[in-house]
Design a binder for this molecule. Structure first.
Ligand code: PMP
Length: 448
């Protein structure tokens, strides 16, 4: 990809007033029907201020709200839309499958087709079970680990989010960070006590935790690319240490790859870090935009699941044919040789575009791994653990968010969530993102 030309300074006129009448009306109605008007808390814009935008359609790297405003989308449904909005191959696969029936509650070939593709992407894994969300995948994997080992405790890392599984809502990231809640109400302390929490990037704390709890640990679970409390990239040696401690103490290692799985390559994070987990959890991309989760493992462990084994796990809509068809179409696109190269080159373009902004504003930093990026708006070392994130980074992000929204750039409504690129993003869209970002960084610099 050619080097992008330097940005013009302040060449843009102020943003046209964004129309918000219909979103406003929709929000007023929604709050009368659903708590905060949303079905998942981060969508409510509580941590950036303002009210949520309501959307009506999307195509490629953009989507359109109910007032007709267009946005370049860097949230992409929080990761699943790796091919962008409404990719024709997935839409067609969904149409065909829907015409054949929406659900059977019985086995069908589309499950086999997706299972073959998923297992081909994760060569160490021999069996998969499909569920309907990332949360369900993690919940089931943890139950399996406890069932297989006969042990009660789970070890997790501070800031890693694993869905709203009761025992993992302890020092989790995602919507919980933005709300400033470290534990959710409704999780009995007795249950939370079964979860051991360790900081990321801290070998000593990790060793101590295993020393103390090793014989009772069923599993350690980690996002190998922690992406729910900023993007806190870990040293491969840290992941290797975790693997060896699990082996030494007879605990299973679960890689929660709901974000990282199929996002960075046609497979998992072990291809990048060289560490092989026992169980992998997937969500998001595996369903191509439809509700699908999955957990994978070796045959001996996975066959402990009901009906072969004693670990119960089930789902009325698990393996739903329409969702399986979407996942299959998505994975088929991902196996095209150009997909990850395209994403990497878009990511490299983002680096090039961001570099001059960082030269102007020393507090402008970013972390990127493949098509995942995080704007870290503070000076100093890039953090690898939650307690190293500077508080001013959040304040600057909050100031920036609404301004970028007015300029047609849709970033996650939280300073702690990452941004995503998709194969449908164009170099022009990234260029526009950077131009708007630079203009608004100037405004934020004046404020802070
Ligand atoms: N694990 C990770 C790493 C996640 O990022 C998420 C959701 N963002 C989940 C689990 C939960 O997935 P879901 O929202 O589909 O339940």
């Amino acid at each position: 990809m050619s080097t992008t030309p330097p940005l013009k300074r302040n060449s843009q006129p102020p943003p046209p007033a964004r129309r918000t009448t219909r979103s406003g009306e929709a929000y007023q109605r929604a709050v009368e029907l659903m708590p905060a008007g949303v079905n998942s808390p981060v969508r409510a814009f509580r941590s950036v201020g303002g009210t949520p935008v309501f959307f009506k359609s999307g195509a490629g790297g953009e989507f359109v709200d109910v007032d007709g405003n267009r946005y370049i989308d860097f949230v992409l449904s929080w990761g699943p839309l790796i091919l962008g909005h409404a990719p024709p191959s997935i839409v067609e696969a969904v149409r065909q499958a829907a015409g054949d029936g929406l659900s059977y509650g019985a086995p069908h070939p589309r499950e086999i087709q997706l299972a073959e593709r998923v297992l081909s992407a994760f060569p160490g894994m021999e069996r998969v079970r499909f569920v309907s969300s990332g949360t369900e995948a993690v919940m089931s994997a943890c139950r399996l680990a406890r069932g297989v080992t006969g042990r009660p405790l789970l070890l997790k890392f501070e800031g890693c989010y694993h869905g709203h599984v009761d025992s993992l809502l302890v020092k989790a990231g995602s919507g919980l960070v933005t709300q400033g809640i470290s534990d959710s109400a409704g999780v009995p302390p007795e249950l939370a006590a079964l979860t051991v929490v360790v900081p990321l990037d801290d070998d000593v704390a990790l060793e101590k935790a295993f020393q103390k709890h090793g014989p009772r640990l069923a599993a350690a679970i980690i996002e190998p690319m922690p992406a729910n409390n900023g993007l806190l990239l870990q040293r491969p040696e840290f992941l290797a240490k975790l693997r060896s401690l699990c082996d030494k103490h007879g605990a299973l290692l679960i890689f929660d790859e709901v974000i990282s799985g199929l996002r960075l390559n046609f497979g998992g994070y072990s291809n990048l870090c060289g560490v092989q987990p026992d169980l992998v959890t997937l969500g998001k991309i595996v369903g191509g935009g439809m509700p699908v989760g999955a957990f994978l493992g070796r045959r001996e462990q996975m066959e402990q699941l009901a009906p072969l084994g004693p670990v119960y796990q089930a789902g009325t809509l698990s393996g739903n044919p329409v969702a399986m068809a979407a996942g299959r179409a998505c994975l088929d696109e991902l196996t095209q040789s150009s997909t990850y190269a395209t994403l990497e080159s878009l990511g490299a373009q983002l680096d090039e575009l961001f570099a001059p902004i960082a030269r102007r504003f020393p507090w402008f930093q970013w972390v990127r791994q493949g098509s995942v990026f995080w704007l870290y708006l503070a000076e100093g070392e890039l953090p690898r653990r939650t307690d190293r994130i500077a508080p001013e980074a959040r304040a600057r992000y909050v100031a920036l968010h609404g301004r970028l929204l007015d300029r047609g750039i849709y970033l996650a409504p939280s300073a702690f969530e990452v941004g995503f690129l998709c194969t449908a993003h164009t170099p022009q869209q990234l260029q526009r993102f950077a131009e708007m970002l630079e203009i608004e960084c100037e405004a934020v610099a004046e404020l802070t």
